[in-house]
Each structure stands twice: as C-alpha cells, then as structure tokens.
Design a protein around this ligand. Structure first.
Ligand code: ZN
Length: 370
C-alpha cells in the first residue's frame, strides 16, 4: 500500500509544494519550498492530536465496552488521527470499567478510527470545590491506587489538584515514571501551582476553566500557568475562553496546545446526553448541566484549527497547536510532524480549511461514513 498526494505540505522546516508518499509511514517528501498563498493547491498538514476526549457520536468513554471505538471513529472524520480517551470523576468501579475498555482499544485500532494512545485520567483526584462539570466523587489519591489503575490502560496524562494533602508526593512519583501530570480542577494558589511544577507537574488542564483565576495581587493557578508553563491545554470553542484570554495565553505559554474536551453530544443533534454520571443538554453548540455550567464541548479539532486561524494565527502556527505541540508534550517523535519515517498521520484541507481527506497510519478514512 503506497500512496502519493500533492499539495502544500507543512513540514518541520516550513511549507513545501510537492508530493508526499507513504505507506504506514512517510516514505518521502519531494518538492520546493513555497508560499502556499502563491498557489491554489490543497494544504497537507500533520493529523490532529487530541489529548482530552470524553465522547462523541452519542457515546461516552465512561460507558466502557465499544464506546471508545465509536468515539475514535467520529473524531477521525474530523481529522483527529490520535487521541487520549478521557475518564470522568466517578466511583472506582466506573473508572475501572472505562480504563479496561481504553486498554483494549489501545491494543486494537479499528478501521477508520483515530489511534487511541492511552488514557487521560481527569479526576477523581481533584478539588470538590472546583468540579466544573465533574460529578462529586472527588477524593484524595493514593499512590497504590494509581499504580493499580495504570495496569488497566497506558496512563499518559493525569489531572490532579495539587493542593490536596498527599498529592505533591503523587505528582513526583508519577512524573518520575513518565506520566504527564496536569494541574486542574483546582482551588490551589499561585504558590501551590509553583510547588507542583517543582515536583514535576508539566501541564494545565483546560487552562482558565475550573481553576483559581488571575488577580494581580493573588495570581492563582492561572497566574502560575502564565508565568511558568511550557505546555498547557486550552479549549478553543470560543465558549469556554474569551478570545482575548486565548491571545494572552498564546503570548505567555510557548507550546500551548488545543483540546476539545468533547462529549457524547459531539456530532449529534441538540438534546440530552450522558457525561459520566451527569445528564447534560446540548443546545446551540454548547453542552451544559441543568444549572448552566459548561459541561465539556461539541468541538472537533478541524473546527478548533479554523477558530485559531480566525483569531489571526498563521495556518502553520495553528497546526502546531492542534498537533505537533501535543505530540511533543507526550514525547512522541513519530507523530505530529510530516517527515520521513514518521507515521503517515495526515489531513488534507482545501483553501477554506474544509477537510478533504484524513489518513491514519497510511489508511484513508471514509469521511462520509456516518
Ligand atoms: Zn474533561
């Protein structure tokens, strides 16, 4: 199986106009450096990488079983070529069920599905005073429990509130064996954020949302992120964060990357859906709890890219924010970049940034398969 496609190819060293050939991996890229504004050819970009996905197509990761396959398939049709299936704060048996299914999906990717790289454990080790849309099953972690959960599925990212007693030791333990520990759902102070970073935390979960905000005499967790973070995730659906705050974060955090935090309602009509143990309502593109709290999104990363370009980012910069930076955060050298030897994870977009084709490890995904 060898394919070759032509267009404006975004490589680590800039735009080339030419041909990319690939099987499961990229075999070669031939062409001349070019300003894509000077022609009318398609864009060929690294496949999108989403490190925070709860659901889609009416399915929630917490259902376990085959739900994660349906979720990986709908996101693939929006250009996501690899992702982390993300759990909700829940009773232990629910988390076990979800992680067991994620572990299976990691071992076997189905046709037309994004590669599931592992789990993002979003809670239960969060602050019950800053739940956002998480059900109130928050509790303090024990290292033994986390090590048991890691056996069910590869744990790539874990969100914790560092101010909870015992959590700084957990941060150190997890960071020491390669888990990316993110600060989130937290009431922690600026100082507690800096302490967590010193103990090995390396990211922030949906920056600005569900964390103590910035005040100039009390900079809070947002202040810790803006002052010190190299990486942080952000939801650019333009509902969760004001465009001005997004622009500020882009100036402050060098490798800010975007996630969807997408729920079962993604790709579905308005109506009621499950988010973990909560019922949520989708209306006019927003997903909310009955009290109006935002409860994840219906965002997909192709729309995230268009939103970033709409905010004034160059396409090359926007592409990094939905792909390369997330790969770098996880330490994945073979994804998130179009270069010889990397996985052939790529998207083709027309001049209006509408998806024309998606390839996952060289396999072309059927975009119309509902
Ligand atoms: Zn989430």
């Amino acid at each position: 199986m060898n394919e070759a496609i032509k267009g404006n190819i975004l490589t680590p060293s800039g735009w080339l106009n030419g041909t990319i050939s690939f099987g499961e991996r990229i075999a070669g890229i031939a062409g001349a450096s070019a300003d894509p504004g000077a022609n009318a050819d398609d864009y060929i970009l690294p496949g999108f990488i989403d490190l925070h996905v709860h659901g889609g197509a009416g399915k929630d990761v917490m259902e376990g079983g085959g739900a994660v396959h349906a979720i990986a398939a709908i996101h693939a049709r929006h250009g996501t070529t690899s992702m982390l299936a993300t759990t909700m704060t829940a009773p232990p048996e629910d988390i076990d069920l979800a992680l067991t299914a994620i572990g299976k999906a990691v071992r076997q990717r189905g046709k037309g599905e994004a590669r599931v790289l592992g789990a993002h454990l979003e809670g239960p080790y969060i602050n019950s005073g800053k739940l956002g849309a998480q059900p109130n099953f928050a509790r303090a972690a024990t290292i033994e429990e986390v090590h048991r959960l890691e056996k069910l599925a590869p744990m790539r990212v874990i969100t914790v509130a560092p101010e909870i007693s015992g959590h700084l030791e957990l941060v150190r333990d997890l960071a020491d064996h390669g888990v990316r520990v993110q600060i989130g759902h937290t009431l922690g102070s600026y100082e507690e954020g800096v302490a967590a970073l010193d103990h090995g935390a390396s990211g922030f979960t949906h920056l600005f949302n569900a964390m103590s905000g910035l005040h100039h005499r009390e900079p809070g967790m947002v202040g810790a992120a803006l002052a010190h973070a190299e990486f942080a995730e952000l939801i650019p659906d333009l509902l969760h964060v004001h465009p001005g705050a997004i622009k500020g974060a882009l100036r402050a955090i060098p490798r800010l990357y975007c996630v969807t935090d997408s729920t079962a309602a993604t790709g579905m009509p308005d109506g009621e859906y499950m988010l973990g143990r909560h019922i949520v309502h989708k209306c006019m593109g927003g997903v909310r709890l009955p009290d109006g709290t935002l409860a994840g999104s219906t965002l997909t990363l192709d729309q995230a890219l268009r939103n970033l370009v709409g905010l004034g980012l160059s396409l090359a910069d926007a592409s990094k924010r939905v792909s390369t930076n997330a790969a770098d955060y996880l330490g994945l050298q073979e994804r998130g970049r179009l270069e010889r030897g990397a996985y052939a994870d790529l998207v083709v977009m027309d001049r209006d940034l509408k998806l024309k084709a998606v390839y996952i490890e060289g396999e072309r995904c059927d975009l119309n398969d509902a």
